[in-house]
Ligand binder design. Structure first.
Ligand code: GUN
Length: 296
């Protein structure tokens, strides 16, 4: 019988990081600074509404000021840009987050570029992405930062490992590849990025020492696609219909957990793996922004 895999729960990682963050919030409060986070939510994407509500709740719990701007789905580009301009100038706001995806009439590149890079707590501004590519990150995107924190917490080294990432998004795949391949104690991996046009995906996934799935396709990764002893990080949070649930759906990852877990040495659960980390890293970035902007 193979040994049971280590379940890489994000909850204890998030809990211990939040304790450190609490200390930093208290220190800022002693200097009269309350970190402020503004979230801009355009339209009514149900998953985005849940994320933003959770961000607000957790920010407040930690003692941050949290403001959510809920704009109708038909908001114009000029209106969004004007709001961001006001938030850039507002000294009580240290972090600005524009929830993605945005409705089709909005150009997300122009909107993300309008956020002051010093308040870009999502790390999506080209300035921060550029620094990340140069190995000098200012703000690291939250999900990749959370994945690194999980690996570090559970003592999983990436040094010299072959990490295969599925997905090349601005939110996860691309920044994660930059982080894992940089010259650092928590990088130094050999990274392969697979995407929707990759041929023979299973060939690549079977090479992985660490497989990171961020594609948004429920249960796409099957047991045949991984090698024995792999570490799996599942970033997918997919809603699948389930009449037995009160909400009518349940959340599943990109990885078929039941089938794949027995072949792994460690695997993140969904929910409860990477999910709890993303908001924690957002709070961390907001506190860092408040410290920097207040000259701390
Ligand atoms: N949509 C999905 N994940 C994220 C994220 O980390 N930040 C923002 N702004 N939008 C998202």
């Amino acid at each position: 019988m193979p040994a049971e895999p280590l379940i890489l729960s994000g909850k204890p990682v998030a809990k211990s990081l939040k304790q450190e963050l609490q200390t930093r919030v208290t220190r800022l409060a002693e200097r009269g600074v309350q970190p402020g986070l503004a979230a801009v939510l355009v339209g009514e994407n149900p998953a985005s509404q849940v994320y933003v509500a959770s961000k607000e709740r957790q920010a407040r719990k930690l003692g941050l000021k949290s403001v959510v701007y809920k704009l109708p789905a038909d908001t114009s580009q000029a209106q969004v840009l004007q709001l961001i301009e006001e938030l850039n100038r507002d000294s009580s706001i240290h972090g600005i987050l524009v929830q993605l995806p945005l409705p089709a009439q909005l150009d997300s590149d122009i909107i993300l570029n309008s956020v002051d890079p010093d308040k870009d707590v999502d790390g999506f501004h080209p300035w921060n992405m550029g620094l990340l590519a140069l190995g000098k990150p200012a703000f690291v995107p939250c999900t990749p930062a959370g994945i690194l924190a999980i690996l570090k917490h559970y003592g999983i080294s990436t040094v010299g490992k072959h990490v295969v990432i599925l997905g090349r998004s601005r939110i996860v795949g691309t920044p994660l590849a930059l982080l894992l391949s940089r010259k650092s104690e928590h990088g130094n991996a050999t990274v392969t990025i697979c995407h929707s046009v990759t041929t023979d995906l299973a060939y690549h996934t079977r090479q992985a020492d660490i497989l990171i799935a961020a594609i948004g396709k429920p249960h796409m990764i099957t047991a045949e696609m991984v090698k024995e002893g792999v570490v799996v990080v599942d970033v997918g949070i997919n809603r699948v219909p389930d009449s037995e649930q009160e909400k009518g759906y349940r959340l599943v990852g990109d990885v078929n957990f039941a089938a794949v877990a027995p072949k792994t040495t460690a695997i993140t659960p969904v929910p409860g793996g990477v999910g709890p980390m993303t908001i924690t890293m957002l709070l961390a970035n907001t506190i860092t922004a408040a410290e920097r902007l207040s000259g701390y």
